[in-house]
Design a protein around this ligand. Structure first.
Ligand SMILES: [Zn+2]
Length: 182
């Protein structure tokens, strides 16, 4: 349904949009206007509705795709987390996460390697990787929030977190050569 096809649509557009907004089924066109969920083209610019995906609603649990992440490296989806050099890889296999994150930091960030230090062995990065599961929920702005979760939590996906190595290898690991205390 579009403005030029239906002379009375202006009368139906607003009530339809209001109902769609209440139901969470509206969609936003690339021109910026919102449209009722049953409009297959934009009321204002007649651009077709993008792929008929479930509407984005804040709090919705979802499984990320390439569109949600920054890219795929070594077959693993990767995204940065904030400005501190932290990142995630969507796998619970640390060796795969390390390879993917290393590719990401070299290709996107221009670093010599994942550790941003060509003199350090890449195996040091294992100490900054934390594998587990997380649940992705949609934010109102279309972005997402990731929370650590149990493996059997609804919607949980395997994730490896990378905490930017701003210092030496953490003490519990660096002291591996110390006498055994227990
Ligand atoms: Zn439009």
């Amino acid at each position: 349904m579009a403005l030029d096809e239906e002379p009375t649509s202006t009368a139906t557009y607003w009530p339809s949009l209001a109902a769609s907004q209440a139901a969470g089924t509206f969609w936003r066109c690339r021109c910026g206007e919102m449209n009722p969920g049953d409009y297959d083209t934009c009321h204002f610019c007649q651009h077709p509705q993008p792929d008929l995906q479930p509407s984005v609603r804040a709090g919705t649990v979802f499984t990320p795709t390439e569109d949600d992440m920054e890219g795929e490296y070594a077959g693993v989806l990767v995204a940065s987390m904030g400005e501190d050099g932290d990142a995630i890889a969507l796998t619970d296999a640390k060796n795969r996460a390390l390879e993917a994150l290393d590719g990401y930091f070299r290709e996107v960030c221009g670093q010599p390697n994942l550790l941003d230090d060509a003199t350090r062995p890449l195996s040091d990065a294992y100490f900054f990787l934390d594998s587990g599961y997380g649940v992705f929920t949609r934010r109102a702005d279309g972005g997402w929030h990731l929370a650590p979760a149990a493996e059997d939590a609804e919607g949980a996906v395997p994730v490896t977190w990378f905490r930017h190595p701003s210092g030496p290898v953490p003490v519990p690991y660096a002291r591996q050569g110390d006498p055994q205390l227990f």
